[in-house]
Design a protein around this ligand. Structure first.
Ligand SMILES: Cc1cc2nc3c(=O)[nH]c(=O)nc-3n(C[C@H](O)[C@H](O)[C@H](O)COP(=O)(O)OP(=O)(O)OC[C@H]3O[C@@H](n4cnc5c(N)ncnc54)[C@H](O)[C@@H]3O)c2cc1C
Length: 322
């Protein structure tokens, strides 16, 4: 009998784990509490003419490649027209001085990073995986040869989510305690549309600023040159403002306008919050048999690539299931 495995989380790490499990002939069900898949590959749609329903990335901003396994996945997305090279050069704002910095190629998508999750989940569905969105799991328990996910029996379970979210649902106090040691930064992510041409910068790292950490030109990132801009705040600014985050949209947008010296009218704006945005690198606690945890936290460089690679390596934790 093929092993029946639950993957909790349809973010990029859960998707990668599901692929690996299917390759190993497991019968996989993916559960996710969100209305949409992709987790922190967050997306919002604009509301006003002429950009009605145009997507804006409001979670992860882009990704980079350093590993051949991830590179081959990105090549596949590129061949399908889902991904394109964006830029290797960002501007840097530091105490009102603007310079540039060149780094690895940043990759972006035409339809938002979430479109990659949607594509991958549709591929998994074709391979027989059941994908259940809007299914919040409340309880996971594991004892010898008995894995239960909200009272449904499985042979194994993969927690594909931040450790501090996993700690809320596992019925294992010692493990929950270990996972709760993970350190996560928060962020607010605002977006706005201006009544002008697309600004000239691709993106700007903002250093030593108490509100803003990154400003991204979504028009250049997406390739349609719409005058749409995304602003990410610092953790220090976001953390005490998570509860009433919507009250801060004007303040955050105004800081971005000042930094980019934009005088044009803002014709649409919005803000979202990420109470669990970016982890400090953590060591993975010892997991019980038949239970794995995957995600971006178990790498020196937490990001989309490391979440993918951690998911791909899921059998290192579960062993061969069939
Ligand atoms: C604002 C921001 C900016 C970022 N910028 C970048 C960037 O520029 N480049 C980059 O590479 N990375 C960036 N990242 C990080 C990147 O988004 C993550 O590394 C990656 O998306 C993590 O994927 P994951 O699958 O590990 O976790 P997640 O995407 O968090 O997925 C976890 C999933 O688990 C689900 N879940 C949790 N609890 C339950 C439950 N009880 N029941 C059911 N489902 C549950 C959640 O709904 C979620 O979908 C950024 C992140 C944020 C928030």
């Amino acid at each position: 009998m093929p092993a029946k495995v639950a993957v909790i989380g349809s973010g990029i790490s859960g998707i990668a784990a599901a692929h690996k499990l299917v390759e190993n002939n497991c019968v996989v069900t993916i559960f996710d509490q969100g209305k949409n898949p992709g987790g922190r590959l967050g997306l919002r749609s604009l509301r006003n003419i002429p950009y009605v329903n145009r997507p804006v990335d409001v979670g992860a901003a882009y990704f980079t490649i350093s590993d051949p396994i991830f590179e081959s996945k990105v090549n596949n997305w590129t061949e399908l027209g889902l991904v394109h090279e964006w830029t290797d050069t960002f501007h840097v704002f530091d105490d009102y001085e603007i310079t540039t910095t060149t780094g690895p190629m940043r990759y972006a998508t035409k339809n938002g990073l979430r479109s990659l999750a949607i594509h991958e989940l549709s591929e998994l569905t074709k391979k027989g995986v059941t994908v259940l969105q809007e299914r919040k799991i409340e309880k996971v328990s594991v004892s010898t040869n008995n894995v239960k996910v909200d009272n449904e029996k499985f042979d194994a379970v993969v927690l594909a989510m931040p450790g501090i979210q996993a700690a809320r649902i596992i019925e294992n106090d010692e493990l929950a305690y270990e996972l709760n040691k993970q350190n996560w930064a928060a962020a607010l992510s605002a977006w706005f549309v201006i009544d002008a041409d697309c600004p000239k910068f691709d993106a700007m790292f903002v250093n030593n600023h108490e509100v803003v950490s990154l400003i991204v030109n979504d028009g250049k990132r997406r390739g349609d040159n719409a005058p749409v801009i995304n602003v990410l705040t610092t953790h220090e600014y976001a953390q005490p403002r998570l509860e009433n985050f919507t009250s801060y949209v004007t303040e955050v947008v105004d800081h971005a306008l000042e930094i980019w010296n934009i005088k044009s009218e803002v014709v649409e704006k919005g803000i979202t919050r990420w109470s669990i945005a970016q982890p400090s690198p953590s060591s993975r606690p010892e997991m019980p048999q038949h239970m794995a945890i995957v995600g971006d936290a178990y790498s020196e460089k937490p990001r989309i690539e490391s979440a993918w690679l951690d998911g791909v390596a899921v059998l290192n934790q579960l062993g061969s299931l069939n």
